[in-house]
Design a protein around this ligand. Structure first.
Ligand SMILES: *[C@@H]1O[C@H](CO)[C@@H](O)[C@H](O)[C@H]1NC(C)=O
Ligand SMILES: *[C@@H]1O[C@H](CO)[C@@H](O)[C@H](O)[C@H]1NC(C)=O
Ligand SMILES: *[C@@H]1O[C@H](CO)[C@@H](O)[C@H](O)[C@H]1NC(C)=O
Length: 213
């Protein structure tokens, strides 16, 4: 009876989704192994910073996460200084840096959150569209990280990202998608960031916790 219950519990667990993290501090392979032991199955690294620099720590983390057997993605936090180039340039720089380091990602997430965006939704849409086209031309799967108040302020009622997976920010700490309300053309999220800046485990002091089905 006990073992039947355990089997049932592990089945429920596996159909109930996967836990992941994003964090910007350096994480070694043993730390990722420990995280994997603590049920984390995927990691998302920052590879491009809002100051226009490539995040080499993030790229090293991707490699270490893979070595520990986690899945790995990357995100790009856009830069709006003139010296940073347009959306195409920023995606190209990110993908080139990932590839030349020999790092492997499944998806490049475009971080669309309140920041130094212009107040002109049309130019913001054009910037995002350029990033999407650039990723596509480079053969990289792209996704969008955002949540409704950010999205509405930055691009208005645009649905031009809805063919891509959504990484939805909603810090309710719950490992489910129940609170999701469609927006931006998305009818369901792919990943949900369920909490931010929480105490981590395994020597990783500050993590955002993520959940995916
Ligand atoms: C992970 O768990 C396995 C089995 O419980 C254990 O042998 C191993 O030492 C653990 N590794 C880490 C890095 O915690
Ligand atoms: C982005 O800027 C580059 C120059 O860095 C230029 O070649 C390219 O045409 C621009 N792309 C778009 C979509 O404006
Ligand atoms: C957008 O508008 C707000 C308020 O009108 C202003 O404070 C801000 O500087 C503007 N942002 C940009 C990038 O122009």
């Amino acid at each position: 009876m006990k073992s039947a219950l355990l089997v049932f519990a592990s089945l429920v667990c596996s159909v109930n989704g996967r836990l992941g993290l994003d964090a910007i501090l350096p994480i070694t392979t043993p730390m990722f192994e420990c995280l994997k032991n603590s049920s984390y199955e995927f990691y998302v690294a920052r590879v491009f910073r809002s100051n226009g620099l490539i995040d080499n720590t993030g790229i090293a983390n991707i490699i270490n996460a893979r070595l520990a057997g986690l899945d790995a993605d990357a995100y790009l936090f856009p830069c709006f200084s003139a010296s940073c180039g347009n959306g195409t340039d920023q995606v190209t720089k990110s993908v080139n840096a990932i590839r030349s380091a020999g790092a492997q990602i499944d998806t490049l997430w475009l971080d669309i959150e309140r920041f130094a965006w212009s107040n002109d939704t049309a130019s913001n849409r054009a910037f995002i569209k350029d990033m999407i086209v650039a990723a596509d031309e480079l053969g990289v799967a792209a996704g969008i990280y955002t949540y409704p108040p950010f999205w509405a302020q930055i691009v208005g009622d645009w649905i031009g990202g809805s063919h891509l997976p959504l990484w939805w920010l909603y810090w309710d700490h719950l490992e489910n998608m129940d609170a999701f309300v469609p927006f931006g053309g998305w009818t369901a999220p792919t990943i949900k960031q369920i909490s931010g800046d929480v105490a981590g485990t395994c020597g990783v002091s500050n993590i955002d916790k993520n959940y995916m089905l």
